[in-house]
Design a protein around this ligand. Structure first.
Ligand code: HXC
Length: 519
């Protein structure tokens, strides 16, 4: 073969590999409104930045005549590229090749880029679209999954790991995404479950559709498995680009600081009027977040799950900040099992990746009742407390309105090593609300009174006294638990200045193998 022939051969092999499972299967894939693995990567990363690896890898299976059916690159496209100029490693399962099912060699390709990402300290983004374990390969495929799982675990908290689910993801295959930091699903074209509808029917008798069992809606709102739900693949890929911009490359670095054109001392008079005079009326905590954030931009995580707490990213003076905020507009912002788990996971992720945390508090307490107790509110609430208490990143807390009982302690209180704890003048920081407190303290005295009128008058008098003494921020401020009571319209400035001050914060936890967080 001449040199020119050899070069031509390379070019031909490359074009073969790029066709994956062939034109017909690509057409079928497109007809379902789905992009191919390479098209997805093109949207995800900066134009022209993709370096593909292992294009010539093929499977080694000889069962079921597989030796005659080899496709260059096998069922996954792997490599690295950049997002906004920062390196990321990517794998995208190719459904046109044996349904993207995982072979031993596919697992090796994925593990190779995960190892590389760990070596250079860069995020890994996995695009999942696969029929699961390659049936013809049997146990080597299962071993391949376990190799990936182990790497997911070791990389956790070291490099950001993001999973997009753009097709089937069933059986044990769901556990690789579940071990990563973020899961994104597309509406109607993606699903995740441990066992599919047919097995469910056989085992339990329940009849349920794929969508109802493990579609994007279910996982984004009911189970909380998915952090993001997108209408289509393009929207999902662009959202991953945005998400990456809030994250550092690895746990030894800080997230990038972007140029900020929004004045840090921008005041917002609307905040002085946002909290209603009646403490039982709601308002939208999102309005507070939008007002404080640079340019009003906020990337919400888990938007449709446990809406009584808000989690997400904003920038303050260009710096990436994780926001955790009770939402009085939904279940009065109460802390329940789901909200506690959601926020705990977010706080842990921020702490692992050196992202400072802003906590906005308006919480009436933990949700009472047997339902919550049986579901383990004690353990789930403890998760959030643990996450806050263990976190060493800068933590700034603003108590907007209610901060009652155990929930007060949990929500980044001073004693859980909150660095700067501010309160608005309408903050109420106490063991419980006035009504409950008066029932406990004065119930017997009220009962002794003869007429209903007398009872109501006495209860009101005691309630007023209680509110005067406790339903304000000044008792906490008199102990130094609140560092300052601030005017609402000035919140952005005060919070940014606090975080600026904390840039050199250094706190370490006692040496240990690892914590034993209440799981
Ligand atoms: C080998 C597979 C495959 C698999 C699909 N294909 N899944 N090949 N192993 N697991 C092949 C098909 O033979 C077909 O090949 C091509 O991929 C496309 O599949 P279709 O069935 O035509 O596509 P579609 O109708 O869209 O259905 C997709 C599907 C279905 C729902 C994913 O293929 C399916 O049910 N597959 C099996 C899923 C499964 O049970 N996997 C094992 C799960 S357990 P041709 O040549 O016709 O194009 C598991 C354990 C993991 O994964 C454990 C980890 C610890």
């Amino acid at each position: 073969m001449s040199t020119q022939d050899k070069i031509k051969k390379l070019i031909d092999l490359r074009s073969d590999a790029k066709l994956g499972g062939g034109v017909k299967r690509i057409e079928k894939h497109h007809s379902q409104g789905k992009m191919t693995a390479r098209e997805r990567i093109e949207v995800l990363i900066d134009e022209g930045s993709f370096e593909e690896l292992d294009m010539f890898v093929t499977h080694r299976c000889t069962n079921f005549g597989m030796e005659k059916n080899k496709i260059l690159g096998d069922g996954v496209v792997t490599g690295h590229g950049t997002i906004d100029g920062r390196v990321v490693y990517v794998y995208a399962q190719d459904f046109t090749v044996f349904g993207g099912s995982l072979s031993e060699t596919m697992a090796q390709k994925i593990c190779k880029i995960m190892d590389m990402a760990m070596k250079v300290g860069a995020p890994v983004i996995g695009i999942n679209d696969s029929g699961g374990a390659r049936i013809q390969e049997g146990v080597t495929s299962l071993a391949g999954y376990a190799e990936i799982f182990e790497r997911n675990i070791l990389a956790s908290g070291v490099i950001p790991q993001i999973s997009a689910i753009f097709g089937p993801c069933a059986g044990g295959a769901v556990y690789s995404p579940a071990l990563t930091d973020f899961i994104m699903m597309t509406e109607e074209s993606s699903y995740m479950f441990v066992t599919g509808p047919k097995v469910v029917k056989t085992v339990t008798g329940e009849e349920i559709s794929v969508e109802d069992l493990g579609g994007a809606d279910v996982h984004a709102s009911k189970s909380g498995v998915a952090h993001f739900k997108c209408e289509n693949e393009e929207e999902g890929l662009l959202l991953i680009r945005k998400l990456v911009s809030y994250l550092p490359q690895n746990n030894m670095e800080e997230a990038p600081v972007l140029e900020c054109n929004d004045p840090i001392d921008r005041m917002d008079d609307a905040l002085n009027n946002i909290v209603p005079d009646n403490p039982n009326l709601p308002y939208d905590m999102n309005d507070v977040i939008f007002s404080i954030a640079d340019e009003g931009e906020f990337l919400e995580v888990h938007r449709n799950y446990a809406k009584n707490i808000i989690t997400g990213f904003c920038r303050l003076d260009g710096q990436s900040v994780g926001v955790v905020a009770n939402q009085p507009n939904y279940l009065a912002g109460v802390l329940d099992c789901d909200a506690s788990r959601k926020a705990a996971r977010f706080v842990q992720m921020c702490d692992a990746f050196n992202i400072p945390i802003l906590t906005l508090v308006d919480v009436p307490g933990f949700l009472p009742g047997s339902g919550q107790e049986y579901a383990g509110i004690i353990i789930h609430g403890a998760k959030l407390m643990f996450a806050y208490g263990e976190a060493t990143v800068p933590k700034v807390t603003v108590t907007i309105r209610k901060s009652y009982g155990g929930a007060h302690d949990v929500m980044s209180s001073k004693q859980l090593r909150g660095d700067f704890n501010y309160a608005w003048p309408m903050a109420e920081i106490a063991v419980m609300g006035a009504k409950g407190a008066i029932e406990v303290l004065e119930g017997r005295n009220i009962a002794k009174l003869e007429t209903e009128e007398e009872k109501a008058e006495f209860a009101q008098k005691k309630t007023d006294e209680y509110e005067e003494s406790f339903a304000n921020p000044y008792q906490a401020a008199s102990y130094g638990y609140i560092d300052d009571v601030i005017e609402p319209r000035n919140t952005r400035f005060r919070v940014i200045r606090a975080f600026q001050n904390l840039q050199t914060k250094k706190v370490t936890n006692p040496p240990k193998k690892h914590s034993n967080i209440p799981l």
